[in-house]
Design a protein around this ligand. Sequence first.
Ligand SMILES: *Cc1c(COP(=O)(O)O)cnc(C)c1O
Length: 365
Amino acid sequence: MRSHGIAEEELFSFLTSVKERDRVYRKVLSSMCTLPHPVAVRAMNLFIESNLGDPGLFEGTASLEALLVERLGSLMHLPGACGYATSGGTESNLQALRMARRNAGVRSPNVIVPESAHFSFEKACEILSLEMRVAPSSDGYRMDADATADLMDKNTVAVVGVAGTTEYGALDPIAALADIALDRETAFHVDAAFGGLVLPFLPDAPVFDFQLEGVTSISVDPHKMGMSTIPVGCLLTRDPSMLCSLSVDTPYLTVKQEFTLAGTRSGGAVVGALAVIEHLGRDGFTAVVAECMANHHRLTDGMAALGYPVIGDPEVNVASFDCPDTPEGWQVSRTRHGHMRIVCMPHITTTIIEEFLKDMGDMHV
Ligand SMILES: *Cc1c(COP(=O)(O)O)cnc(C)c1O
């Protein structure tokens, strides 16, 4: 540390110059995060000092977190769902598996995850000492339900399905998996970190939420398609006792117990997430998602015309292509199979897609 601090102006000119090394979102086609909605920024600033780790001190913020859970629970067709705002999909997924392991109470627990699962499950299984059994995909990068059933045994504490995979935008056969889990009395966690704020606003999306009796928990991330400020995810559970089973005593706080993973938590980001939901409502989200999907289809049509048909059959605004080269200046990502991957987030406008397709076309002349 410096022995004497530097003046504010000098400090901010340093910070501003370093920030120039960060990419601006405009040509970033690889991210599941986006520019936060202005109401999220304003709400976060208003609650900037709020710590949800000690909710008795911030009762107002805590009631807004409860409202966020209620809004997202209703969106997932369970208005009384239990839950809390996490730091994102990774924490939600970890906590979901932790609940499942705790509730099952078996000696050598295992979980079944799809081949297409997000890498957060690898971290979660390592931390929780869970054996991770990977179910293969069948058609179009979707988890094979029969293979999942075959991998299950008496030590299986949870099955995981993804609604909107990170790499191919696909949905696992959630309804079939929910039936299997229900039949075997096993927890079934739906990872809708990305798809959870896309699918409810599409005209004919498959059912993936608490309408399916077998679904025991869901993760959904406001800091992705919820256009919130980072960090905020949400874990929802059907049964309140599942979440409470994670509680530990917190002797010196204003509350006696907590079930969250983090202690100190940003109240600002949580209110930011709620602010976008309240401000846009169902109409607003439907419009944003329709725009993202229109751009996604323009992209997949344009890429197909250039000889790169989309891989699989994405149901959300994530598309991957067998295209080894990337036009200069664009940030795309690569899936574990090496496919070019593009997410049409709200910051990706039609103009940007047209520009990208033009650069793609020029690359091959
Ligand atoms: C993004 C994502 C995650 C991880 O979420 P973080 O907020 O980055 O921790 C988990 N699962 C899926 C399906 C995702 O798309």
